[in-house]
Design a protein around this ligand. Sequence first.
Ligand code: TXA
Ligand code: MG
Length: 344
Amino acid sequence: MFRYFVAQTAPTTDKMPAETGTDIERAALLLKAGKLVAIPTETVYGLAADGLNEQAVLSIFKAKNRPDFDPLILHVSGREAAFSLAEYVPVKARLLADAFWPGPLTLVLPKKAHVPFVVTSGLDTVGLRVPNHPLTLSLLKQLDFPLAAPSANPFGYVSPTTAQHVLDNLGDKTDYILDGGPCTLGIESTIIGFENDEPVLLRKGSLKKSDIEKITGPLKEKINVSGNPKAPGQLAAHYSPKRKIVITEPENIGLLQTLPRPVTLLTFGNLFHAWENRVDRVLNLSSEGNLAEAARTFYGLLREADQGPESLIVTGYLPAGEMAEVINDRLQRAAFPFKNTSHE
Ligand code: TXA
Ligand code: MG
């Protein structure tokens, strides 16, 4: 098992921190010149560059300190633009595109020859997505190339859901940050690949599996095979704050006496109610116990837990619900290898 440790905040270059704003023309000019622009989407912020310009794409990997085996998603303004990058489009891919684009769905399809292998990490397939954000959609409409964009965080660190998050970690490595406000969904897109024309779930995300199955029928899953080159983003350790996270159950309150202080509790609704007065700081993903709100606040609160006086982060898996499963998947990777209870 391995874990990436990435320098996060201190600027190491003499480059000035990127400007943040809503100037689409400026963003378009920079992108045409091969520069890096952070873009808002409904899921998380992306670090974008011209997806057909190899040098520009390489600079994304460099800025993020991302290993070259982890392929990027290409973002486009609509279904025709997306499918023009694919050699072949299965019927069920078309149905999914009709149902969910623009939206939090990435389709992995056989790539056309002109899609550079730096984007796909040498794979013959490419991830394609039409993001649902007005600023980014109008930006994409001004460009005659797709935008390669991974989440705009240093590799392995917590994903960004505001322009400020991007500025905090990649401000000195980005040429402009397009500020589209806080992301409305807060968790990455759901990724679907195809085997013999049948859809396969490669990454759980904001689009619910049950909604996909209404269109496709039962979905096979191929998730979390660490080191599997077909799903290289699915590493056991990912989305991690610098501080140690302990995952436990609310009943296990005795644990608290054994832990070094201070302790930050990352909770959900009333899940850890009995703990709240006995810890040093409480961050609640959703005091109403709303899973959509928890998805939206999740990465921001992980970042908050990572700031202020050095503290251990204690949390637990969210109770039943499809989005709970998706958030728990991220939580497990964020905590790896520190989790102290198993989770199915
Ligand atoms: O919501 C999202 O998907 C965000 C926003 C910015 O669109 N993007 C995002 O990108 O999460 P990133 O780079 O953090 O994760 C992309 C993941 C890769 O790690 C990999 O697992 C998968 O997409 N992927 C991309 N191309 C693939 C391919 N050809 N085959 C299999 N998996 C692929
Ligand atoms: Mg990411």
